[in-house]
Design a binder for this molecule. Structure first.
Ligand SMILES: Cc1ncc(COP(=O)(O)O)c(C=O)c1O
Length: 400
Protein backbone atom coordinates (compact mmCIF):
# COMPACT_ATOMS: atom_id res chain seq x y z
CA UNK A 1 0.00 0.00 0.00
CA UNK A 2 1.55 3.31 -1.09
CA UNK A 3 1.41 5.23 2.19
CA UNK A 4 3.67 7.91 0.76
CA UNK A 5 0.95 8.81 -1.76
CA UNK A 6 -1.18 10.17 1.09
CA UNK A 7 -1.33 13.92 1.52
CA UNK A 8 -1.21 15.62 4.89
CA UNK A 9 -4.60 16.19 6.55
CA UNK A 10 -5.23 19.72 7.86
CA UNK A 11 -4.73 19.93 11.65
CA UNK A 12 -7.85 20.08 13.83
CA UNK A 13 -8.49 23.80 14.43
CA UNK A 14 -9.42 23.46 18.10
CA UNK A 15 -6.46 21.22 18.95
CA UNK A 16 -4.11 23.70 17.26
CA UNK A 17 -5.74 26.48 19.30
CA UNK A 18 -5.10 24.49 22.51
CA UNK A 19 -1.37 24.31 21.71
CA UNK A 20 -1.23 28.04 20.94
CA UNK A 21 -2.99 28.77 24.22
CA UNK A 22 -0.57 26.56 26.17
CA UNK A 23 2.39 28.38 24.61
CA UNK A 24 0.99 31.88 25.41
CA UNK A 25 2.87 33.29 28.46
CA UNK A 26 0.26 35.99 29.29
CA UNK A 27 -1.29 35.46 32.74
CA UNK A 28 -4.49 37.17 31.66
CA UNK A 29 -5.12 34.81 28.71
CA UNK A 30 -8.62 33.28 28.43
CA UNK A 31 -9.32 29.80 27.03
CA UNK A 32 -12.80 29.84 25.50
CA UNK A 33 -11.90 27.17 22.96
CA UNK A 34 -12.17 23.52 23.85
CA UNK A 35 -15.64 22.41 25.04
CA UNK A 36 -15.08 21.22 28.59
CA UNK A 37 -16.61 22.48 31.82
CA UNK A 38 -14.35 24.66 33.95
CA UNK A 39 -14.62 25.90 37.52
CA UNK A 40 -14.21 29.57 38.49
CA UNK A 41 -10.51 28.74 38.90
CA UNK A 42 -10.33 27.40 35.32
CA UNK A 43 -9.94 23.72 36.30
CA UNK A 44 -11.73 20.68 34.89
CA UNK A 45 -11.57 18.48 37.98
CA UNK A 46 -12.68 14.91 38.46
CA UNK A 47 -16.14 15.14 40.07
CA UNK A 48 -16.19 14.07 43.74
CA UNK A 49 -18.89 11.44 43.07
CA UNK A 50 -16.70 10.00 40.31
CA UNK A 51 -13.66 9.82 42.62
CA UNK A 52 -15.69 7.98 45.25
CA UNK A 53 -17.10 5.55 42.67
CA UNK A 54 -13.61 4.91 41.33
CA UNK A 55 -12.33 4.15 44.82
CA UNK A 56 -15.21 1.77 45.36
CA UNK A 57 -14.49 0.02 42.05
CA UNK A 58 -10.85 -0.48 42.99
CA UNK A 59 -12.02 -2.17 46.19
CA UNK A 60 -14.74 -4.41 44.82
CA UNK A 61 -13.99 -5.14 41.16
CA UNK A 62 -12.95 -8.78 41.04
CA UNK A 63 -12.29 -9.28 37.35
CA UNK A 64 -11.34 -7.43 34.22
CA UNK A 65 -12.43 -10.23 31.92
CA UNK A 66 -14.15 -9.31 28.63
CA UNK A 67 -17.76 -8.08 28.74
CA UNK A 68 -18.83 -8.14 25.08
CA UNK A 69 -19.66 -5.74 22.24
CA UNK A 70 -22.66 -4.34 24.10
CA UNK A 71 -20.39 -3.24 26.94
CA UNK A 72 -21.81 -2.90 30.45
CA UNK A 73 -25.49 -3.80 30.14
CA UNK A 74 -26.24 -2.71 33.72
CA UNK A 75 -24.86 0.73 32.87
CA UNK A 76 -27.20 0.91 29.88
CA UNK A 77 -30.16 -0.22 31.98
CA UNK A 78 -29.38 2.27 34.77
CA UNK A 79 -29.09 5.12 32.26
CA UNK A 80 -32.46 4.50 30.57
CA UNK A 81 -34.65 6.17 33.24
CA UNK A 82 -32.19 9.07 33.50
CA UNK A 83 -32.59 9.71 29.78
CA UNK A 84 -36.19 8.69 29.09
CA UNK A 85 -37.73 9.04 32.56
CA UNK A 86 -39.18 6.11 34.50
CA UNK A 87 -42.68 6.37 33.00
CA UNK A 88 -41.63 6.45 29.34
CA UNK A 89 -39.00 3.73 29.91
CA UNK A 90 -41.75 1.47 31.30
CA UNK A 91 -44.16 2.43 28.53
CA UNK A 92 -41.61 1.65 25.79
CA UNK A 93 -40.80 -1.73 27.34
CA UNK A 94 -39.14 -4.04 24.81
CA UNK A 95 -39.33 -1.37 22.08
CA UNK A 96 -36.40 0.33 23.81
CA UNK A 97 -32.94 -1.16 23.72
CA UNK A 98 -29.36 0.10 23.74
CA UNK A 99 -25.69 -0.56 24.18
CA UNK A 100 -22.63 1.12 25.66
CA UNK A 101 -20.60 3.08 23.12
CA UNK A 102 -17.26 4.82 22.86
CA UNK A 103 -18.57 8.20 23.99
CA UNK A 104 -21.34 10.12 22.28
CA UNK A 105 -19.26 10.13 19.10
CA UNK A 106 -19.18 6.33 19.05
CA UNK A 107 -22.96 6.32 19.53
CA UNK A 108 -23.44 8.65 16.55
CA UNK A 109 -21.16 6.54 14.37
CA UNK A 110 -22.93 3.30 15.33
CA UNK A 111 -26.26 5.01 14.61
CA UNK A 112 -24.97 5.89 11.13
CA UNK A 113 -23.73 2.31 10.64
CA UNK A 114 -27.14 0.93 11.64
CA UNK A 115 -29.07 3.28 9.37
CA UNK A 116 -26.70 2.57 6.45
CA UNK A 117 -27.04 -1.18 7.06
CA UNK A 118 -30.81 -0.86 6.68
CA UNK A 119 -30.59 1.62 3.81
CA UNK A 120 -27.21 2.41 2.18
CA UNK A 121 -26.69 6.14 1.50
CA UNK A 122 -29.80 7.03 3.54
CA UNK A 123 -30.54 10.73 3.86
CA UNK A 124 -29.91 12.56 7.14
CA UNK A 125 -31.02 16.17 7.62
CA UNK A 126 -28.53 18.19 9.62
CA UNK A 127 -29.37 21.70 10.85
CA UNK A 128 -26.36 24.01 10.60
CA UNK A 129 -24.26 25.22 12.20
CA UNK A 130 -23.77 22.03 14.16
CA UNK A 131 -21.04 20.24 16.08
CA UNK A 132 -18.28 20.10 13.42
CA UNK A 133 -17.84 16.35 13.81
CA UNK A 134 -21.47 15.54 12.94
CA UNK A 135 -21.11 15.67 9.15
CA UNK A 136 -17.83 13.66 8.99
CA UNK A 137 -19.15 11.01 11.39
CA UNK A 138 -22.37 10.55 9.43
CA UNK A 139 -20.66 10.63 6.04
CA UNK A 140 -18.03 8.19 7.35
CA UNK A 141 -20.87 5.87 8.35
CA UNK A 142 -22.22 5.94 4.80
CA UNK A 143 -25.10 8.42 5.14
CA UNK A 144 -26.00 11.19 2.73
CA UNK A 145 -25.90 14.37 4.81
CA UNK A 146 -28.40 17.04 3.77
CA UNK A 147 -27.55 20.32 5.55
CA UNK A 148 -30.07 23.08 6.18
CA UNK A 149 -29.85 26.39 8.04
CA UNK A 150 -31.35 26.29 11.51
CA UNK A 151 -29.80 29.36 13.16
CA UNK A 152 -30.16 33.04 12.41
CA UNK A 153 -26.66 34.44 13.00
CA UNK A 154 -27.86 38.06 12.95
CA UNK A 155 -30.36 37.65 15.80
CA UNK A 156 -28.48 34.68 17.35
CA UNK A 157 -31.72 32.77 17.59
CA UNK A 158 -32.92 29.34 16.56
CA UNK A 159 -34.55 29.68 13.13
CA UNK A 160 -37.85 27.83 13.38
CA UNK A 161 -39.10 28.94 10.00
CA UNK A 162 -36.02 27.68 8.10
CA UNK A 163 -36.17 24.42 10.06
CA UNK A 164 -39.82 23.81 9.22
CA UNK A 165 -39.24 24.65 5.54
CA UNK A 166 -36.35 22.14 5.39
CA UNK A 167 -38.13 19.36 7.25
CA UNK A 168 -41.21 19.80 5.10
CA UNK A 169 -39.04 18.88 2.10
CA UNK A 170 -37.87 15.65 3.73
CA UNK A 171 -39.20 12.33 2.50
CA UNK A 172 -40.88 9.72 4.68
CA UNK A 173 -38.24 7.68 6.49
CA UNK A 174 -35.53 10.36 6.21
CA UNK A 175 -33.49 10.75 9.40
CA UNK A 176 -33.26 14.13 11.12
CA UNK A 177 -30.52 14.95 13.61
CA UNK A 178 -31.85 16.91 16.59
CA UNK A 179 -29.79 18.26 19.50
CA UNK A 180 -31.60 17.16 22.66
CA UNK A 181 -30.48 20.21 24.64
CA UNK A 182 -27.66 22.76 24.94
CA UNK A 183 -27.12 23.11 21.20
CA UNK A 184 -23.49 22.94 20.13
CA UNK A 185 -22.26 25.45 18.93
CA UNK A 186 -25.11 27.97 19.26
CA UNK A 187 -26.62 27.34 22.71
CA UNK A 188 -29.94 28.23 21.05
CA UNK A 189 -32.47 25.48 21.71
CA UNK A 190 -36.03 25.62 20.40
CA UNK A 191 -38.62 26.77 22.95
CA UNK A 192 -41.24 24.25 24.12
CA UNK A 193 -43.75 25.67 21.64
CA UNK A 194 -41.19 25.49 18.82
CA UNK A 195 -40.35 21.88 19.72
CA UNK A 196 -44.03 21.03 19.39
CA UNK A 197 -44.09 22.48 15.88
CA UNK A 198 -40.96 20.50 14.94
CA UNK A 199 -42.40 17.31 16.41
CA UNK A 200 -45.61 17.83 14.46
CA UNK A 201 -43.67 17.93 11.16
CA UNK A 202 -41.54 14.92 12.19
CA UNK A 203 -44.72 12.96 12.95
CA UNK A 204 -46.69 14.16 9.91
CA UNK A 205 -43.89 13.40 7.47
CA UNK A 206 -42.84 10.13 9.10
CA UNK A 207 -39.25 11.25 9.76
CA UNK A 208 -36.93 9.28 12.03
CA UNK A 209 -35.35 11.43 14.74
CA UNK A 210 -31.73 10.82 15.71
CA UNK A 211 -31.43 12.74 18.95
CA UNK A 212 -27.92 13.70 20.04
CA UNK A 213 -27.86 14.52 23.75
CA UNK A 214 -24.39 15.23 25.12
CA UNK A 215 -25.13 17.80 27.84
CA UNK A 216 -28.07 16.56 29.93
CA UNK A 217 -28.06 18.45 33.24
CA UNK A 218 -25.74 21.22 32.08
CA UNK A 219 -28.56 23.36 30.66
CA UNK A 220 -31.29 23.67 33.29
CA UNK A 221 -31.46 20.33 35.13
CA UNK A 222 -31.59 16.62 34.31
CA UNK A 223 -35.37 16.54 33.84
CA UNK A 224 -35.85 19.79 31.92
CA UNK A 225 -32.94 19.00 29.61
CA UNK A 226 -34.56 15.67 28.65
CA UNK A 227 -38.02 17.18 28.13
CA UNK A 228 -37.79 17.57 24.35
CA UNK A 229 -36.22 14.14 23.87
CA UNK A 230 -38.98 12.45 25.85
CA UNK A 231 -41.69 14.43 24.09
CA UNK A 232 -40.34 13.39 20.68
CA UNK A 233 -39.81 9.73 21.57
CA UNK A 234 -43.34 9.46 22.98
CA UNK A 235 -44.78 10.52 19.62
CA UNK A 236 -42.82 8.49 17.06
CA UNK A 237 -42.65 4.78 16.21
CA UNK A 238 -38.88 4.82 15.70
CA UNK A 239 -36.05 6.91 17.10
CA UNK A 240 -32.35 6.74 17.88
CA UNK A 241 -30.74 8.48 20.85
CA UNK A 242 -26.97 9.06 21.01
CA UNK A 243 -26.00 9.83 24.60
CA UNK A 244 -22.75 11.09 26.12
CA UNK A 245 -21.83 10.81 29.81
CA UNK A 246 -18.54 12.53 29.12
CA UNK A 247 -19.69 16.04 30.00
CA UNK A 248 -22.29 15.53 32.73
CA UNK A 249 -20.04 13.09 34.61
CA UNK A 250 -16.83 14.91 33.64
CA UNK A 251 -15.45 11.66 32.21
CA UNK A 252 -14.30 13.08 28.87
CA UNK A 253 -11.22 10.95 28.22
CA UNK A 254 -12.88 7.80 29.57
CA UNK A 255 -15.17 7.90 26.51
CA UNK A 256 -18.54 6.95 27.99
CA UNK A 257 -21.72 6.90 25.95
CA UNK A 258 -24.69 4.86 24.89
CA UNK A 259 -26.82 4.42 21.82
CA UNK A 260 -30.51 3.78 22.42
CA UNK A 261 -32.88 2.45 19.79
CA UNK A 262 -36.64 2.83 19.93
CA UNK A 263 -38.26 0.52 17.39
CA UNK A 264 -41.87 0.12 16.34
CA UNK A 265 -41.90 -3.39 17.81
CA UNK A 266 -39.77 -5.29 20.34
CA UNK A 267 -38.59 -7.71 17.62
CA UNK A 268 -37.26 -4.75 15.60
CA UNK A 269 -35.38 -3.44 18.63
CA UNK A 270 -33.80 -6.84 19.18
CA UNK A 271 -32.74 -7.12 15.55
CA UNK A 272 -31.30 -3.58 15.62
CA UNK A 273 -29.30 -4.43 18.75
CA UNK A 274 -27.86 -7.51 17.05
CA UNK A 275 -26.70 -5.32 14.14
CA UNK A 276 -25.19 -2.75 16.49
CA UNK A 277 -23.32 -5.46 18.39
CA UNK A 278 -21.99 -6.83 15.09
CA UNK A 279 -20.84 -3.36 13.99
CA UNK A 280 -19.14 -2.76 17.33
CA UNK A 281 -17.47 -6.17 17.13
CA UNK A 282 -16.18 -5.50 13.63
CA UNK A 283 -14.81 -2.04 14.43
CA UNK A 284 -13.46 -2.01 18.02
CA UNK A 285 -14.76 -5.32 19.42
CA UNK A 286 -16.04 -3.85 22.67
CA UNK A 287 -15.91 -0.53 24.54
CA UNK A 288 -13.52 0.14 27.44
CA UNK A 289 -15.07 -0.62 30.81
CA UNK A 290 -13.94 1.90 33.39
CA UNK A 291 -16.05 4.99 32.68
CA UNK A 292 -19.29 3.06 32.26
CA UNK A 293 -18.57 1.14 35.48
CA UNK A 294 -18.15 4.48 37.26
CA UNK A 295 -21.47 5.80 35.92
CA UNK A 296 -23.25 2.54 36.83
CA UNK A 297 -21.78 2.69 40.36
CA UNK A 298 -22.98 6.27 40.82
CA UNK A 299 -26.47 5.63 39.46
CA UNK A 300 -26.92 2.48 41.57
CA UNK A 301 -26.09 4.19 44.87
CA UNK A 302 -28.51 6.76 46.31
CA UNK A 303 -25.81 8.73 48.12
CA UNK A 304 -23.40 8.89 45.19
CA UNK A 305 -26.24 9.70 42.84
CA UNK A 306 -27.42 12.58 45.02
CA UNK A 307 -23.87 13.88 45.24
CA UNK A 308 -23.44 13.68 41.47
CA UNK A 309 -26.69 15.51 40.76
CA UNK A 310 -25.77 18.20 43.31
CA UNK A 311 -22.41 18.72 41.63
CA UNK A 312 -24.09 18.81 38.23
CA UNK A 313 -26.62 21.39 39.47
CA UNK A 314 -23.71 23.51 40.67
CA UNK A 315 -22.06 23.32 37.26
CA UNK A 316 -25.28 24.32 35.48
CA UNK A 317 -25.77 27.20 37.93
CA UNK A 318 -22.26 28.51 37.28
CA UNK A 319 -22.79 28.37 33.51
CA UNK A 320 -26.13 30.19 33.88
CA UNK A 321 -24.59 32.88 36.03
CA UNK A 322 -21.77 33.54 33.53
CA UNK A 323 -24.43 33.67 30.81
CA UNK A 324 -26.33 36.28 32.80
CA UNK A 325 -23.14 38.29 33.33
CA UNK A 326 -22.39 38.29 29.60
CA UNK A 327 -25.98 39.09 28.73
CA UNK A 328 -25.91 42.08 31.07
CA UNK A 329 -23.08 43.57 28.96
CA UNK A 330 -25.75 44.05 26.27
CA UNK A 331 -24.57 45.42 22.95
CA UNK A 332 -20.76 45.24 22.63
CA UNK A 333 -19.76 46.82 19.35
CA UNK A 334 -21.72 44.95 16.70
CA UNK A 335 -22.39 41.97 18.96
CA UNK A 336 -25.55 41.79 21.03
CA UNK A 337 -24.81 39.57 24.04
CA UNK A 338 -28.35 39.89 25.42
CA UNK A 339 -29.63 36.56 23.97
CA UNK A 340 -26.97 34.59 25.90
CA UNK A 341 -29.08 34.49 29.07
CA UNK A 342 -31.87 32.77 27.13
CA UNK A 343 -29.52 30.19 25.63
CA UNK A 344 -28.32 27.04 27.39
CA UNK A 345 -25.24 24.96 27.95
CA UNK A 346 -21.56 25.51 27.40
CA UNK A 347 -21.62 27.35 24.09
CA UNK A 348 -22.56 30.54 22.31
CA UNK A 349 -21.80 31.46 18.73
CA UNK A 350 -20.78 35.09 18.40
CA UNK A 351 -21.13 36.76 14.99
CA UNK A 352 -17.49 37.84 14.71
CA UNK A 353 -15.38 38.36 11.60
CA UNK A 354 -12.18 36.25 11.37
CA UNK A 355 -9.99 39.35 11.79
CA UNK A 356 -11.76 40.21 15.06
CA UNK A 357 -11.27 36.63 16.34
CA UNK A 358 -7.61 36.90 15.35
CA UNK A 359 -7.17 40.24 17.15
CA UNK A 360 -8.85 38.86 20.26
CA UNK A 361 -6.27 36.07 20.33
CA UNK A 362 -3.16 38.01 19.35
CA UNK A 363 -3.81 41.33 21.13
CA UNK A 364 -5.93 40.25 24.09
CA UNK A 365 -5.06 36.57 24.70
CA UNK A 366 -8.72 35.55 24.19
CA UNK A 367 -8.81 32.14 22.50
CA UNK A 368 -12.00 30.96 20.78
CA UNK A 369 -12.91 28.64 17.91
CA UNK A 370 -12.48 30.08 14.40
CA UNK A 371 -16.26 30.22 13.86
CA UNK A 372 -16.79 32.53 16.86
CA UNK A 373 -17.92 29.79 19.26
CA UNK A 374 -17.08 30.50 22.88
CA UNK A 375 -17.10 28.10 25.80
CA UNK A 376 -19.03 30.02 28.45
CA UNK A 377 -17.47 27.91 31.23
CA UNK A 378 -14.02 29.13 30.18
CA UNK A 379 -14.87 32.47 31.81
CA UNK A 380 -14.64 33.23 35.51
CA UNK A 381 -17.05 35.84 36.92
CA UNK A 382 -14.10 38.15 37.36
CA UNK A 383 -13.17 37.82 33.67
CA UNK A 384 -16.58 38.71 32.19
CA UNK A 385 -15.97 42.47 32.13
CA UNK A 386 -12.45 41.96 30.74
CA UNK A 387 -13.86 39.77 27.99
CA UNK A 388 -16.41 42.49 27.13
CA UNK A 389 -13.65 45.14 26.98
CA UNK A 390 -11.50 42.93 24.73
CA UNK A 391 -14.48 42.22 22.48
CA UNK A 392 -15.16 45.96 22.09
CA UNK A 393 -11.49 46.87 21.55
CA UNK A 394 -10.88 44.12 18.97
CA UNK A 395 -13.88 45.22 16.93
CA UNK A 396 -12.86 48.89 17.04
CA UNK A 397 -9.28 48.03 16.01
CA UNK A 398 -10.48 45.75 13.19
CA UNK A 399 -12.78 48.49 11.85
CA UNK A 400 -10.06 51.20 11.92
C1 LIG B 1 -23.30 17.82 20.25
C2 LIG B 1 -22.27 16.81 20.62
N1 LIG B 1 -22.52 15.53 20.37
C3 LIG B 1 -21.63 14.57 20.69
C4 LIG B 1 -20.43 14.87 21.27
C5 LIG B 1 -19.47 13.75 21.55
O1 LIG B 1 -19.18 13.57 22.87
P1 LIG B 1 -18.12 12.49 23.34
O2 LIG B 1 -16.94 13.24 23.82
O3 LIG B 1 -18.81 11.71 24.40
O4 LIG B 1 -17.79 11.62 22.16
C6 LIG B 1 -20.11 16.20 21.52
C7 LIG B 1 -18.82 16.57 22.09
O5 LIG B 1 -18.34 17.66 22.07
C8 LIG B 1 -21.07 17.20 21.20
O6 LIG B 1 -20.84 18.48 21.44
Amino acid sequence: MPLDSLTQQPPDGLLALMSQYAADPRRTKLDLGVGVYRTEAGATPVMAAVKLAEQRLVDIQGSKSYLGPEGDVEFVRALQPVVFGAALTAELGGRLTGLQTVGGTGALRLAADLIAAASPGHRLWLGTPSWPNHAPVFAGGGLHVRPYRQFDAATQRFDLEATLVALNQAATGDVVLLHGCCHNPTGADPTAAQWDQIIEVVVQRGLVPLIDIAYQGLGQDLESDAWALRRIVARVPQALVAYSCDKNFGLYRERVGALFVVAARAAGAEAALSHLAAHARASYSMPADHGAAVVRTILADATLRAQWSDELRGMAARIASIRNGLSALGQVGLVDLTPLSQQRGLFALLPLAPNVIERLRVEHGVYMAGNGRINIAGLAQSAVARFGDALAAAQTAAAA
